[in-house]
Design a protein around this ligand. Structure first.
Ligand SMILES: Nc1ncnc2c1ncn2[C@@H]1O[C@H](COP(=O)(O)OP(=O)(O)O)[C@@H](O)[C@H]1O
Ligand SMILES: [Mg+2]
Length: 234
C-alpha cells in the first residue's frame, strides 16, 4: 500500500519554477530516497509536501487523502513529520527540553515515548541535561530526529541528515535511519550521498534540475553502470 504519492508536482519560488512535473510514490513501511546534487530541488520537494511552500500544480496524497496545501501543523497531527536540514533543534534548550518541545501537541504522558527515543539513540540518554548547542554534529542530528519521533510519526521526512558529519558518523546516522525504518516508520530520505543511501533504499529517485532522471530499487540503481556514470559520479 502507498503511504504517500506525489503526483505531477510543480513548485517554485516567485517566478522561478523549480520542480517540473515531479511524481513519486512511497510505500508504507519502506525507505524511499530522493538523491541529487545541490540545487536539484530536494528541499523544495520536502517543503512543498510539508505545506511550507504552496505547490503550483499537482497533488500530494497521503493514505488516500489529498493533503496538498495542508499546513505543517495539520500534517504533524496526521502523522507526517519533517526534519529540516538546518536549525532543527533549539540550541539554548537542553536535550530533554528539546524532546519535550517535539511532543508539543501531545497531552498524554510523553515519558514512555522518550524512553523509546533513548533506546534508539542511547547517546542522548546520558546527555539529557546538556544544552543542545553543546552537542557534536552527529548528536545534534540524532536529537533532531528524536524530536520528530516524539510525535510517533508514521512517516518521517529527513533532509540530508548526513550534512556536515565526519565520514564515520555518516555511516552511523544512516544505520540509525535504517533501524528506525525497521521499527515500522515510513521514511522519505533526501540525500546527496547516493553511494551510502542506495544500498538500503527500497525505492530511490534521482533528481536533477527539478526533474526525475531515474527511479528504481536502490540496489538496482547502484548496480546500473549508465546511472553510475551519469548521476553517481563513477
Ligand atoms: N527561498 C528560495 N527562494 C528562491 N529560490 C530558492 C529558494 N530556495 C531554493 N531556491 C532555488 O531553488 C532551486 C532548488 O533548491 P533546493 O530545493 O534547495 O535544492 P536542493 O535541496 O536539492 O539542494 C535552486 O536553484 C535554489 O537556488
Ligand atoms: Mg536541500
Amino acid at each position: 500500500m502507498s503511504s504517500m504519492i506525489v503526483e505531477n508536482l510543480v513548485s517554485g519560488y516567485g517566478q522561478m519554477e523549480v520542480l517540473h512535473n515531479l511524481s513519486l510514490e512511497i510505500e508504507e513501511g519502506q525507505i524511499a530516497s530522493v538523491l541529487g546534487p545541490n540545487g536539484a530541488g530536494k528541499t523544495t520537494l520536502l517543503r512543498s509536501i510539508f505545506g511550507l511552500l504552496k505547490p503550483w500544480e499537482g497533488r500530494v496524497i497521503y493514505q488516500d487523502e489529498d493533503i496538498t496545501g495542508y499546513t505543517p501543523d495539520k500534517l504533524v497531527r496526521m502523522g507526517i513529520c519533517y526534519v529540516p536540514q538546518e536549525e532543527n533543534i533549539f540550541p539554548q534548550l537542553t536535550v530533554k527540553e528539546n524532546l519535550e518541545m517535539g511532543a508539543f501537541i501531545r497531552t498524554d504522558d510523553i515519558n514512555p515515548r522518550m524512553e523509546e527515543v533513548f533506546d534508539l539513540f542511547p547517546d542522548l540518554h546520558s546527555r539529557t541535561k546538556s544544552h543542545a548547542g553543546e552537542l557534536s554534529g552527529g548528536m545534534r542530528q540524532m536529537l533532531a530526529i528524536g524530536r520528530a519521533l516524539m510525535l510517533n510519526p508514521s512517516t518521517l521526512m529527513l533532509d540530508e541528515p548526513s550534512t556536515g558529519l565526519a565520514p564515520f558518523l555518516v555511516d552511523n546516522i544512516f544505520e540509525r535511519v535504517h533501524n528506525l525504518n525497521q521499527t515500522g516508520v515510513t521514511i522519505l530520505l533526501v540525500e546527496q550521498n547516493a553511494g551510502k543511501v542506495l544500498p538500503f533504499s527500497d525505492k530511490a529517485y534521482i533528481l536533477e534540475g527539478g526533474e526525475k532522471k531515474a527511479e528504481g530499487v536502490g540496489k538496482e540503481l547502484l548496480a546500473d553502470e549508465e546511472i553510475g556514470k551519469l548521476y553517481l559520479g563513477r
